[in-house]
Design a protein around this ligand. Structure first.
Ligand SMILES: Nc1nc2c(c(=O)[nH]1)N=C([C@H](O)[C@H](O)COP(=O)(O)OP(=O)(O)OP(=O)(O)O)CN2
Ligand SMILES: [Zn+2]
Length: 152
């Protein structure tokens, strides 16, 4: 596993946790702009999930590293992403399984779980690498302006 530090914008949290993992999946992009990527093909996706928070749970965890990986693997590992109709479709571009949309979807899955925890950790960033030369970072809008909001 690559040991890497990712650029994370400043945030207000005392704890920042990062979990790296891979998953394997097939997909295709159902649009002519995608060229060869309109054909079914596969990737070993690399994911870095960043979580922030000020409080720990009863285990002394911000979030269990193992659980984070399991949460995403259960949905996407060794799956055909276009068939995961809970998350993706072939009609609306906002739900095509592009790197951008998969990154946002991973954020949504992780944050939905964090919202159930009493100590309210926040997902700060999803880094998703699809190929050695292509990656996307997704950051939730609600955390982009925290510095300005603190000054008011
Ligand atoms: N903005 C996006 N552009 C493309 C996406 C995407 O998800 N978002 N996806 C693809 C293809 O699915 C493909 O998997 C990746 O394409 P690309 O980076 O061009 O892959 P290559 O290995 O051919 O790139 P090299 O330049 O040879 O490294 C296309 N675009
Ligand atoms: Zn692809």
């Amino acid at each position: 596993m690559l040991q890497q530090i990712y650029a994370i914008p400043p945030h207000p949290y005392t704890y920042e946790l990062n979990k790296d993992f891979h998953f394997s999946a097939a997909h295709y992009i159902p649009h002519q702009e995608a060229g060869k990527c309109q054909q079914v093909h596969g990737h070993t996706y690399f994911v870095n999930v960043t979580i922030g928070g000020n409080e720990l749970d009863a285990s002394g965890f911000l979030i269990n590293f193992t659980f984070l990986k399991k949460l995403i693997h259960e949905q996407f590992d060794h799956q055909m992403l276009n068939d995961q109709t809970k998350y993706f479709n072939n009609i609306d571009a906002a739900y095509f399984p592009t790197t951008e949309v998969v990154a946002r979807t991973i954020y949504d899955i992780v944050q939905a779980h964090l919202d159930t925890l009493h100590h309210r950790p926040q997902c700060l960033q999803i880094y998703l690498r699809e190929t050695p030369s292509s990656y996307c970072i997704y950051r939730p809008k609600k955390l982009l302006n925290w510095q300005q909001e603190e000054q008011v």
